[in-house]
Design a protein around this ligand. Structure first.
Ligand code: HEM
Length: 443
């Protein structure tokens, strides 16, 4: 399992082209496969996994991450077996089967993460726990970030506005900026404000620095030794926990109504979690929400740069999530031997059959009548940027609001010119390889 770290981290931060189901490789299962009692989906039977892994890596680090999967689909069909991550895994690029996997979280499949990752995000966090505990924390997360809840927070809009203005107005004119870094800063500052209810510039900056170290560690190789990003992230985790505990101890009621104190305030008022559980909860939201939101902001500006007409209309968020979706796959472990059929011919976000000219950024596609139902990410098997089933993303509404605010401010206040070639890559995590260097000028 340890060998899986890098890919796992990539998986976590990087719309769903496909789902990977890791097969727990016990002797009993090996024997059953040998005796033909368990039939695996078709696939290359080579146990020499390096070849598959290299092709997998080279594909996800290219601008077209599903390449490897597409090649395998041509040979074996939409659900196939592959030797990646040092193990046999079943890869599904079948939209309906993917939905089935997500709907059966905890019954037939479950998500699984290595110990180093669990230590960092907290072993009681919603991302890593299972069963009743996961359902309870997930419900709390959904409740604290519901659209109505966010909108009823009288300070939400003014806070977001303030954070946005602070950062966006700090941009210098006629200077080349690396937009990737800039979007990360925007997302981290918004996250500090939205999760902890912190609004003073100085406090936001302090916490943003800890958050940034923490997120870097989540995306690094887990070497717990001084000088390594993972160790720095562990330290940042301690700093974040201290701050959360201090905020709790200070009694948020003194600071005003709890619904105006971010997710932490709402949590304290309505839920009976102990301090450690609250800290792990917030840290999980931070991890899950930060890179995903930052990269969607970045990719939206990147696609808009290539499509100036869309600037006029701004129907861009769903199209960005389809074409530049951050979670390119999800990982599941099969709990039981699963019978499945592969009768489905349709495919997912980049499939020409579902989305004609799939590789073209075309936000107007979402306006057509036939795509209206497809667009419903809660029910559609063809559009799953926020996952599905028991683990669907509880931060989806918050993320969309933040991205919309960012685009509004950035687009109405600035014009930009791209100054260096760039392309998308999903290795080691979703990014633009040259950071997207742009020269900005005020409108
Ligand atoms: C564009 C931005 C975002 C994208 C594309 C995204 C995508 C996803 C996806 C695909 C999952 C499912 C993972 C799985 O099934 O294994 C997920 C889960 C999750 N997301 Fe998001 N997310 C975004 C923003 C956010 C934000 C802003 C927050 C919170 C502040 C958040 C919190 C979470 C949490 C806590 C989970 C885990 C739920 C559980 O395991 O029960 N996400 N997200």
């Amino acid at each position: 399992m340890e060998g899986n770290h890098l890919l796992l981290y990539t998986a976590i931060v990087t719309i769903m082209f496909f789902l990977v189901i890791r097969l727990p490789w016990c002797n009993q299962r090996k024997r059953k496969i040998g005796q033909g009692l368990i039939k695996l989906p078709p696939g290359d039977r080579s146990w020499f996994y390096i070849g598959d892994s290299l092709r997998w890596y080279s594909s996800i680090s290219s601008s077209h991450p599903p390449r490897y999967v597409e090649e395998q689909i041509k040979r074996h069909g939409r659900v196939f077996t592959s030797s990646i991550f040092g193990r046999r895994a079943v890869v599904s690029a079948d939209p309906v089967f993917n939905k089935h996997i997500m709907q059966n979280e905890g019954k037939l499949f479950q998500s699984s993460y290595p110990k180093s990752f669990r230590d960092l995000v907290g072993k009681n966090g919603v991302i890593v726990v299972h069963g009743e505990k996961q359902r309870r924390l997930h419900a709390i997360a959904v409740n604290s970030m519901r659209l109505e809840k966010i909108q009823s927070d009288s300070s939400f809009f003014s806070d977001v506005q303030m954070v946005m203005l602070q950062i966006i107005c700090s941009l210098q004119e006629n200077v080349v900026i690396v937009l990737q870094e800039f979007c990360r800063k925007v997302a981290i500052n918004l996250m500090v404000n939205q999760l902890l209810g912190v609004s003073s510039e100085c406090e936001i900056n302090d916490m943003a620095s800890l958050f940034s170290d923490f997120v870097d560690g989540c995306l690094s190789v887990p070497i717990n030794f001084p000088g390594f990003a993972y160790r720095t992230a562990m330290k940042a985790r301690e700093g974040i926990i201290n701050k959360i505990k201090k905020t709790i101890a200070a009694g948020m009621q003194q600071l005003g109504p709890a619904e105006n104190q971010g997710v932490l305030g709402r949590l304290m008022e309505t839920e009976s979690l102990n301090d450690n559980a609250v800290a792990d909860f917030i840290i999980n939201l931070l991890f899950a929400g930060n890179e995903t939101t930052a990269k969607t902001m970045l990719f939206a500006v990147y696609f808009l740069t290539q499509c100036p007409q869309a600037l006029e209309q701004l129907q861009v968020i769903d199209e960005t999530l389809r074409l530049g979706g951050i979670a390119i796959w999800l990982l599941r472990e099969a709990i039981e031997d699963v019978k499945y059929q592969v009768p489905f011919l349709s495919a997912i976000h980049l499939d020409e059959g579902i989305y004609p000219n799939a590789l073209q950024f075309n936000p107007w596609r979402w306006l057509s009548e036939e795509n209206k139902e497809k667009r419903n990410w809660r029910s559609s098997p063809f559009f799953s940027p926020f996952g599905g089933g028991a683990r669907y993303c509880p931060g989806a509404e918050l993320a969309r609001l933040q991205i919309a605010f960012f685009l509004h401010h950035f687009i109405t206040k600035y014009r930009w010119t791209q100054v260096a070639e760039d392309r998308m890559s999903f290795f080691p995590s979703a990014r633009l390889v040259n950071g997207f260097q742009v020269l900005v000028t005020k409108v």
